[in-house]
Design a protein around this ligand. Structure first.
Ligand code: GCV
Length: 660
């Protein structure tokens, strides 16, 4: 299927003074990634300015120079771009820094920023900036909303032009690693570490390497049994250990650009060390030892919980499970193990508290996992710009130290002086022409890359960059799309589940309202609404989850009055007549926000409509169609939620609007 170039589509620019910079290029340093940077710059000059840049032998003659200087003090992936006297120099300690500096210049052109006097020194906040694709070998994508996989089809590995287009797209925003297969590793996906797919995987790894991207696979913990014919996958078993050692020796020899592996173990039916009475540290360390000789990393997910719960059991709390399982193991993981922790304790809901494991752990490498695949946030049929949510998570103070204690500090390695850490996102891509289904969802892919590279960037700044690079710099276009993006997450939150309670979706596919959809199910995701009130008591009188936080957070969450209101129902069971800080009752708040949220969608759709003629037609229509659906669907959400709570509580809406 054909594809567009998203934010890397270059339109011909009218002749400006800046075009003169794109006349000639001098390259100092021989490396495949620098060669990629050179090709990218030449391409941009050709497509934007209609110019063929001359390659110069000496620096003095060139208008742009790439200087790979090991003394540059930028770090391997940082860069320094300077304009001086009509010339631009991109300097870095490493080839990747040159590539990122080159894309920064292209961005500069697209944003129409003047080069004169430019002096930009950037160093990535996070060492690892990784995408997790949940792509299956048959071509389907778990929680994929943008078509089929472009990595796999019919049990085969795909490598084609799109592979390169993907690599350049993600490298352009600073992503340096990618896990290409689903964490639920089944069937042929287990064989990705076998020679059978070697040819295609090496080709893919080579393309990735050109763009400074390390290839990762998700691993099946039971592979020694499924592939090796052993009777056990017990991490303490010597045969199992040597099976993994041999396997890793082989796979790292065959695929040189391999970064390591992602593992989902003992979670939602996946095999893991618990089967053998072993801990997650036993499991992760066994694999870490096997990949260590090759510089490999094991990224071990903390999404471990009991998914066979009974709704009557009010003590078992899914929110507690990550902390309960992993805190006792703090300090026991090897240095090439990273624990990957979802941003919240449940599962990527529109609002959750930050996981207490982040900052709970102090002696273990940590990676933050967010989800840009909009599983619970509108499945890329609703617009939902998630960067503001991720910013809140990054800014969250954990109190794990006197200073530098935010999530951003921890995952960057600043707090605990770690180098194996960073930020991961469950990817939102597929083989749709526009990559992300909803054209505006590309802002989340772009935004994840930019934010993980620079956690100080604001959501607005990222939105502006993405809009300018995608749709151009017309002020009306910039302003209106930014307004849409910035309204979108709050709007989604308003018309779906209230005040941090989450869920209320149709089971299985997780789309559309169904208040009791999961209420009596085994997944541990309850809202506990009755005729008097709603919410889960997670204080010390309830499940005790609030106590997993450090002070002052635990006291704050424990207290009904001090608990941040947006999380009220996550931590407390509250009566419908409880008065919020606005003076409104809880029930009135539910009614009001649901009406408001649906109205916000109409406003966003109107803003989009008013851009007709200013946005490429195809894109304009695609988004317009999605807004038509979002308007209907947000009303369905509004009515289902409002009617449910009206019928439960018998309390009238003060404003007497239609509630069924
Ligand atoms: C890949 C949720 C999703 C699953 C996903 C799982 C995970 O439960 O619904 O599809 O599995 O999270 O993160 O492993």
């Amino acid at each position: 299927m054909s594809y567009e170039n998203a934010w890397l589509a270059y339109q011909k620019k009218p002749p400006t003074a800046d075009a003169a910079y794109f006349s000639s290029l001098y390259v100092e340093g021989d490396h495949r990634v620098i060669a990629t940077a050179r090709e990218e710059l030449l391409r941009a000059a050709r497509e934007m300015f209609g110019k063929d840049m001359i390659l110069c032998e000496n620096r003095e003659e060139a208008t742009i120079s790439f200087i790979w200087d090991r003394m540059a003090k930028t770090g391997e992936e940082g860069y320094h771009v300077r304009e001086d006297n009509g010339k631009i120099t991109i300097t870095s300690e490493g080839p990747k820094g040159i590539l990122y500096g080159c894309f920064a210049c292209i961005r500069w052109v697209k944003m129409e920023k003047p080069f004169a006097g430019m002096d930009l020194l950037e160093k990535p906040s996070n060492p690892i900036r990784i995408l997790n694709h949940w792509d299956n070998m048959d071509g389907s994508i778990e929680r994929g909303y943008s078509g089929k996989s472009f990595f796999f089809r019919d049990e085969k590995v795909l490598v084609n032009e799109r592979t390169r287009a993907y690599a350049r797209m993600i490298a352009s925003v600073g992503i340096n690693a990618s896990v290409i297969n689903n964490v639920n590793v089944k069937g042929n996906a287990t064989r990705l570490i076998d020679p059978v797919y070697q040819e295609e995987l090496v080709q893919m790894a080579e393309i990735f390497a050109d763009y400074g991207i390390r290839l990762y696979f998700s691993l099946n913990f039971a592979a020694p049994m499924e592939l090796g014919g052993l009777s056990t996958a017990d991490p303490q078993d010597e045969q199992v250990q040597s099976w993994w050692q041999e396997k890793m020796k082989d796979v790292f020899r065959r695929i040189p650009n391999l970064g390591g592996f992602l593992v989902k173990a003992d979670s939602e039916g996946r095999p893991g060390p618990f089967t053998y009475g072993r801990t997650h540290a036993d499991g992760a360390n066994m694999l870490a030892r096997a990949v260590e000789p090759y510089g490999g990393i094991i990224i071990w997910r903390c999404f471990v919980y009991n998914c066979q719960q009974d709704w009557r059991d009010k003590k078992t709390d899914r929110a507690r499970s990550g902390y309960d399982n992993f805190m006792p193991l703090d300090g026991t993981f090897l240095d090439n193990v990273i624990l990957q922790i979802k941003n919240g304790p449940m599962d990527f809901q529109v609002r959750e508290p930050v996981s207490p494991l982040l900052g709970g752990l102090t002696k273990t490498n940590q990676m933050l996992e967010v989800q840009i695949a909009q599983e619970y946030t509108g499945q890329q049929r609703h617009v939902c710009y998630l960067i503001p949510m991720f910013r809140e998570v990054l800014e969250h103070r954990t109190y794990c130290s006197n200073e530098q204690d935010t999530v951003a500090d921890i995952i960057s390695g600043r707090t605990f002086h770690q180098t194996n850490c960073g930020m991961a996102a469950v990817a939102n891509t597929g083989d749709d022409e526009n990559w992300t289904g909803h054209d505006l969802a590309a802002a989340n892919l772009y935004g994840f890359g930019r934010l993980s590279f620079d956690t100080d960037l604001s959501s607005e700044a990222i939105a502006k960059e993405w809009i300018a690079c995608t749709f151009g710099t017309d002020p009306e276009v910039m302003e209106k799309i930014e307004a849409i993006l910035m309204m979108s997450w709050p709007a989604y939150e308003k018309y779906t589940s209230p005040l941090g309670i989450g869920w209320m979706v149709n089971p299985g596919f997780h789309y559309g309202p169904n208040v009791d959809g999961y209420e009596y199910d085994r997944w541990g995701t309850y809202h506990r609404a009755d005729h008097l009130g709603i919410g889960v008591d997670r204080t010390s009188h309830g499940t005790g989850y609030a106590q997993q936080y450090r002070e002052p957070l635990s006291s704050q969450y424990e207290s009904l009055e001090k608990c941040p209101e947006e999380l009220l129902l996550f931590f407390h069971h509250v009566s419908y007549t409880y008065r919020l800080k606005t003076g409104k009752t809880l029930i009135q708040h539910i009614y009001d926000t649901h009406f408001e949220g649906a109205e916000d969608v109409e406003k966003m759709a109107e803003l989009w409509d008013s851009l007709e003629g200013k946005i490429p037609e195809k894109s304009f229509e695609r988004v317009q169609n999605r807004f038509a659906h979002q308007m209907d669907h947000s009303k369905e959400w509004r009515d289902q939620i409002n009617s449910y709570f009206y019928r439960k509580s018998f309390l009238e809406d003060e404003k007497h609007r239609t509630i069924y």
